[in-house]
Design a protein around this ligand. Structure first.
Ligand SMILES: Cc1cc2nc3c(=O)[nH]c(=O)nc-3n(C[C@H](O)[C@H](O)[C@H](O)COP(=O)(O)OP(=O)(O)OC[C@H]3O[C@@H](n4cnc5c(N)ncnc54)[C@H](O)[C@@H]3O)c2cc1C
Length: 523
């Protein structure tokens, strides 16, 4: 049997956190660009959402110097952490668009990709459910659209056939469209796995580094960090999501308008999981795909999202509201009976990058040679991340003269001995392996052991905030939401990393767990 946590790869890239003095291990603190070496980067990517991470992963297969820079203190911490967690087949995309093409390509990649990167994925399939006569008529239109997107495995279901598959379907159901292959995935692990392999293959990753501007040169540009460092790169990819407008302004990129389209969700307890067997989707309107009801790969039930357009830089773009939650519950109850009796564990909101100029806007040599602007990756970027990365690299070859020579040492897989994340447990048949700490449970809701916490802390993409630890291990994600386990987890993280308890944060400086007035007692 494989010993967990034994993967000690040669990590050819470097990971740095931008922390105030003293808050993180010496080796992980970013102090000066000298730490990154004297040579300019061939490609610098701004934004380590799922798209930036996928691009870094794909680029890391070649003999290139690549830098991935992220403002927040973990990868996938922006829009990429708050979505419906589905891998789409693209059946409902607008035929003939880049989005439709990328989704079709990605849907074919995902089963193998997820297995190689050890990202939990379950192709449970979806049912688009009609609950009015008008919606029932729309099902034929949806089927034709799916065929135009070459999703020819969809089929119309009668009301009885929907009920047979979904005993808790609303009594209003009058038909459905079965969409095999729609899948649920661990959305956090997608960004983490891409970035982890890219790091092992030699990319450099800077976390907690806000790029305030770009200094343009002839063949060489510089990213300027908010604290004044200059990072040299021949090519820069702006994959900053909702930050893409501000960044593009810094290098004279062409006009586009973006705004956050907020999507609120309600996450139900695992006891609600058995209510549905498929991903249940409403019939979309011209404005929105509507509120869906879906199991999660973690064993919960997820209902949402709303679609609310807010102004760019609205500080509440990722906040939930009473009105939003009410609409989510109402929307979900149109599809499934019994939802309102189920216990809720959490609510959250994500902000889509809605762009007036369309979805998947890509501009090469935008503002200056070597600059790539990517924006409007709105509702399907988790799915399309891998094909979009392929598409961008092709574009950079053609438009930016990027030359590719394969790196023969590069991995495209996380090995069996890698610590894979929360889903593969270090015990089998009720026995615990040789490590005693794998038998010491610290998070009782999700039954996570101290050893698994330590394995996560030692994994190549070292989590150093409580939220980053949570996304890797599922500790603090259960019923108690960290009420019982946060203190013992903080003690383990502190003793393992040397970060004092008073300096531990939820998601980076400014979110310390201990109030300033109490810090003197906990140092
Ligand atoms: C409600 C909702 C539901 C969704 N459901 C699905 C789904 O089921 N399936 C699916 O495939 N997709 C879904 N999506 C879409 C998907 O989540 C997004 O398309 C995807 O996460 C976009 O990834 P990204 O990397 O482009 O953006 P982001 O994840 O936002 O990454 C951009 C990163 O850039 C960083 N950044 C910004 N400015 C700077 C700067 N100046 N310097 C350094 N870093 C910077 C940000 O901090 C951020 O981390 C959904 C989205 C939402 C909101």
């Amino acid at each position: 049997m494989t010993q967990f946590g034994t993967w000690q790869p040669k990590i050819r890239g470097r990971l740095f956190y931008n922390w105030p003095c003293g808050t993180c291990e010496e080796a992980l603190r970013f102090i000066s660009p000298v730490q990154l070496g004297s040579k300019p980067y061939d490609v610098a990517i701004v934004g380590a959402g799922v798209v930036g991470c996928a691009l870094a992963y794909r680029l890391s297969m070649y003999d290139l110097r690549v830098l991935l820079v992220e403002r927040l203190h973990d990868v996938g911490e922006g829009t990429s952490k708050a979505n419906s967690a589905l891998i789409h087949t693209g059946y409902d995309a607008k035929p003939g668009t880049l989005e439709s093409e990328l989704l079709r390509e990605a849907a074919a990649y995902w089963p193998d990709l997820a297995a190689r990167l050890k990202i939990p994925l379950d192709p449970i399939g979806g049912i688009m459910m009609a609950v009015t006569d008008e919606q029932e008529r729309q099902l034929e239109v949806a089927k034709k659209n799916a065929y135009a997107n070459r999703a020819t495995d969809v089929s119309i279901l009668s009301a009885a056939e929907v009920r047979e598959r979904e005993p808790n379907a609303s009594s209003d159901v009058c038909g459905g469209l079965l969409v095999p292959r729609e899948s649920m995935i661990d959305p956090f692990m997608a960004s983490i796995a891409y970035a982890e392999v890219a790091l092992v293959n030699g990319i450099d990753l800077l976390l907690g580094v806000d790029i305030a501007g770009v200094e343009l040169g002839q063949a060489l540009h510089h990213l300027i960090t908010a604290d004044g460092h200059r990072l040299p790169a021949c090519r820069i990819v702006n994959a900053a999501g909702l930050g893409s407008r501000r960044l593009a302004d810094g290098y004279g990129g062409g006009a586009f308008d973006i705004n956050p389209r907020r999507g609120q969700f309600v996450l139900f307890d695992q006891s609600a999981r058995s209510l549905v067997r498929h991903i249940l989707l409403p019939v979309p309107t011209v404005n929105t795909k509507g509120v869906l009801v879906s199991p999660t790969i973690f064993g919960n039930l997820l209902v949402g999202p709303t679609a609310e357009d807010l102004p760019l830089d609205d500080p509440e773009a990722a906040h939930t509201t009473l009105e939003g939650i009410r609409r989510v519950i109402e929307g979900g109850s149109c599809l499934v009976s019994g939802l309102t009796e189920q216990p809720v564990v959490a609510t959250y909101a994500g902000a889509r990058c809605a762009c007036n100029q369309g979805s998947y806007v890509i501009r090469y040599n935008d503002g200056a040679p070597g600059l790539v602007t990517l924006t409007g990756v709105r509702s399907t970027g988790l799915t399309a991340s891998i094909s979009l990365a392929r598409h961008l690299i092709d574009g950079m070859q053609k438009e930016l003269g990027l030359e590719l020579s394969p790196d023969i040492e590069a991995l495209d897989t996380r090995p069996e001995s890698a610590w894979p994340g929360w889903w593969r447990r270090p015990f089998a048949n009720d026995t615990v392996d040789a490590r005693v700490d794998h038998g010491c449970v610290v998070c009782f809701c999700e039954v996570i052991s101290e050893g698994e916490i330590r394995d996560a802390l030692d994994s190549p993409l070292k989590p150093r905030t409580m939220d980053a630890l949570k996304r890797r291990t599922r500790s603090m994600m259960g019923r108690c939401q960290g009420f019982d386990c946060q203190v013992p987890l903080a003690e383990i993280m502190s003793s393992h990393t040397g970060i004092t308890i008073s300096q531990l944060t939820k998601n980076g400086p400014g979110s310390e767990l201990v109030a300033p007035s109490q810090r003197a007692f906990t140092a």
